[in-house]
Design a protein around this ligand. Structure first.
Ligand code: HEC
Length: 144
């Protein structure tokens, strides 16, 4: 038991030396940022922006492995897939694709469950989901 604990501690210390450059926040161009009604904006900010915007709030432990590994992958991938800070730079076609994906995404896997473990405040209520779904559907309808 003691040996196992020692081993775990050594592994924990060891992984701190793996270079893990957590992505930095990026400069934001105001005219590219998504404009949405206040209530929608508030939900996106609370539940999505850490991974889907150029402005991530990094908690102090985000630099400590293994959390840093998740942080790096989630923020990198999240921004690559969908970045609300560069929303207006997307083509209408791309916006439509994302808007159509949002209702399903929030029903199943967004925000990512591993993120919710440390970010209780990001959990979506049924009302939040309704607001986001209604908004995404309406904006998509206007684009079509
Ligand atoms: C902890 C990071 C994280 C948070 C928070 C998060 N996402 Fe994601 N999201 C990702 C990652 C990583 C992917 C790409 C991999 C995947 O689809 O699982 C993704 C993919 C998506 C996609 C699919 C995009 C595509 O190109 O197919 C949508 C839509 C989406 N997220 C919406 C949301 C919404 C809406 C919220 C807030 C309610 C949210 N996400 C919160 C990390 C996150």
């Amino acid at each position: 038991m003691k040996k196992l604990l020692l081993l775990l501690i050594l592994i924990f210390i060891g992984i701190q030396f793996i270079p893990m450059n957590v992505p930095a926040n990026l400069p934001v161009q105001e005219d590219e940022v998504l404009e949405a009604p206040q209530n929608v904006q508030a939900i996106l900010k609370r539940a999505c922006f850490d991974c889907h915007s150029s402005h991530t709030t990094f908690p102090w432990y985000s630099n400590i492995a293994p959390v840093s590994i998740f942080t790096k992958l989630h923020v990198q991938e999240g921004r690559e897939h969908l970045n609300f800070s560069t929303w207006n730079a997307y083509s209408d076609e791309k916006k439509l694709k994302y808007l159509q994906k949002i209702p399903k995404a929030i029903k199943s896997k967004m925000p990512l469950p591993s993120y919710l473990l440390m970010h209780e405040e990001a959990k979506l209520s049924e009302d939040d989901k309704k607001v986001l779904t209604k908004w995404a559907t309406e904006v998509a309808f206007d684009l079509e």
